[in-house]
Design a protein around this ligand. Structure first.
Ligand SMILES: Cc1cc2nc3c(=O)[nH]c(=O)nc-3n(C[C@H](O)[C@H](O)[C@H](O)COP(=O)(O)OP(=O)(O)OC[C@H]3O[C@@H](n4cnc5c(N)ncnc54)[C@H](O)[C@@H]3O)c2cc1C
Length: 363
C-alpha cells in the first residue's frame, strides 16, 4: 500500500518522502511469497468489484510504465458447496456486476480439472479474468515509478512516532524529524502501534505458505492448465492455491493461523503444520502431494469484519490510513494507491469507501 501511495503521489507532482523500517520488498511483513491472487467476482462483497476492476487496469498501467511483467491471467476457481459463502458470494458479485463466469457442477469440474478430487456436492464458480500478481516485482515497480517522479525513499528507517503539528504532521526517526502537510500510514501488521484508535480492533494472524513439488504429472499444474483456486472446505475453513510458475505448487490455509504480533511471530514452520497441509493435499489435490520445496510465514492484519480500513483519522484529518487489509488486500494495491492520493489531495475518491470507514470499528 505504501509503495503504491508513493508512486501515485509522486506522479501527481507532490513532494513525497517514503519511509520504511525495512527495505521493501522484504519477507517480514504481509507482501512476500512471490504470488498473490487477483480475482473479480469478489465473494467477500460486491462493493469491492469496481475497486478491483480499477486495480486490474492500474496493474497493466504499472507494467507499461515499468516494463515489468506483474499480472498473469490464469482464471480463478471458487470451490465449495452451493450454499457456501465463497460460491454464493462469487455468484452475487458476478450477478451484480454482470461479470463473465461459469458455474460448474462436480462432474463438469472433474472433467475440466481432473487435478482435483472433489466431493459430489461441490460446485465451482470459474472466472476467466482472475490470475496471479507478482508482489515483490510490483512493489519494486511502484518504487521505480516513485523515484522516477522525484520521490525520496528512506529505507531501513523506522518511524518512531508521529504527531500533528500546525495542521500538518511531524514524523520522528532515529536521526531526523520530518514535517509534512499530510501523512499516509500504511503500516500493515504494525498499524496498532502507531494508531491507538485501531489497536483494540486489530488481530495480527500468522499464516503459512507452502510450495510442493508435483508427485506425478507435473505438467497438469502449469498456468495454462491449472487456475488459481480458493476452496471452502467447511464453514470458516478455506484453503487456496496457485499453478506452478516454476517454484512449485503454492498452497495455504486462509484465516486459520494463530494470533500473534509482528514482534513475537513464530517464523519457523514445524512438521505438524506440513503434515496437516499434506493431509488436505492428499484428499483434494493428490497429484500435487510431492516433496515440500519451501515454506514461508506471513502476517494478516484482521479487522473484526475482515474489511479494510481506508480513511482519514477523525482527530487528525491530515493523516490517511491505508491498511489493515485482513489478508486480502494486495490485489487492490494499485487502485488503493490512487484512492490514498485522492484522500491526501482532498479530492473525492472515485470509489465508495463506506465499507472501509474507520468509524464502523470505533462506534
Ligand atoms: C500469506 C498471505 C497470503 C495472501 N494472499 C493474498 C492474495 O492472494 N491476494 C491478495 O489480494 N492479498 C493477499 N494477502 C494480503 C495482502 O498481501 C496484504 O493485505 C497486503 O500485502 C498488505 O500490504 P500492506 O502494505 O498493508 O502491509 P505490508 O506489505 O506488510 O507493508 C507494511 C510496511 O510498513 C512498514 N512499517 C511498519 N511499521 C513501520 C514503522 N514504524 N516505520 C517504518 N515502516 C514501517 C513495514 O516494514 C512494511 O514494509 C495475503 C497475505 C498473506 C500474509
Amino acid at each position: 500500500m505504501g509503495s503504491a501511495a508513493v508512486a501515485q503521489l509522486a506522479r501527481r507532482g507532490l513532494s513525497v518522502l517514503g519511509l520504511d523500517q525495512f527495505a521493501p520488498p522484504h519477507a517480514l511483513g504481509s507482501s512476500h511469497g512471490s504470488s498473490r491472487i487477483i480475482r473479480e467476482a469478489y465473494f467477500e462483497d460486491p462493493r469491492y468489484v469496481p475497486l478491483v476492476q480499477r486495480a486490474f487496469a492500474a496493474w497493466r498501467e504499472l507494467e507499461a510504465a515499468s516494463g515489468e511483467s506483474l499480472l498473469t491471467v490464469t482464471g480463478g476457481l471458487m470451490l465449495g458447496r452451493p450454499d457456501s459463502g465463497i460460491v454464493t458470494g462469487a455468484l452475487a458479485s458476478a450477478a451484480a456486476h454482470d461479470l463473465p463466469h461459469d458455474l460448474l457442477d462436480a462432474a463438469q469440474l472433474r472433467h475440466r480439472y481432473p487435478q482435483f478430487t472433489l466431493p459430489n456436492d461441490v460446485v465451482g464458480v470459474l472466472e476467466p479474468r482472475a490470475g496471479i500478481l507478482a508482489p515483490e516485482r510490483a512493489i519494486a515497480a511502484h518504487f521505480a515509478v516513485a523515484r522516477a517522479h522525484g520521490a525520496t525513499l528512506l529505507l531501513n528507517t523506522p518511524m518512531l512516532a508521529w504527531e500533528p503539528s500546525d495542521g500538518g504532521v511531524t514524523v520522528g526517526t532515529e536521526h531526523a524529524r520530518f514535517t509534512a502537510r499530510r501523512l499516509v500510514l500504511s503500516l500493515g501488521a504494525h498499524a496498532a502501534q502507531h494508531v491507538p484508535q485501531l489497536a483494540p480492533h486489530l488481530q495480527v494472524q500468522r499464516n503459512v505458505l507452502y510450495w510442493f513439488d508435483a508427485a506425478r504429472n507435473g505438467a497438469q499444474f502449469a498456468p495454462g492448465r491449472f487456475p488459481v483456486f480458493i476452496q471452502e472446505l467447511s464453514p470458516q475453513r478455506s484453503w487456496y492455491g496457485f499453478p506452478d510458475t516454476g517454484a512449485g505448487i503454492k498452497v495455504a490455509l486462509h484465516q486459520q493461523g494463530e494470533i500473534t504480533t509482528p514482534e513475537q511471530i513464530r517464523r519457523t514452520v514445524n512438521d505438524d503444520e506440513v503434515t496437516a497441509m499434506r493431509r488436505i493435499m492428499r484428499e483434494m489435490l493428490p497429484d500435487a502431494d510431492g516433496a515440500v520445496r519451501t515454506t514461508s510465514v506471513c502476517m494478516y492484519t484482521n479487522t473484526p469484519d475482515f474489511h479494510f480500513v481506508i480513511d482519514t483519522l477523525p482527530a487528525a484529518p491530515q493523516v490517511v490510513l491505508a491498511s489493515p487489509c485482513s489478508g486480502h488486500g494486495f490485489k487492490f494495491a494499485s487502485a488503493i494507491g490512487e484512492v490514498l492520493a485522492d484522500l491526501v489531495m482532498d479530492m473525492p475518491p472515485a470509489f465508495d469507501l463506506a465499507l472501509f470507514r474507520l468509524g464502523r470499528l470505533t462506534v
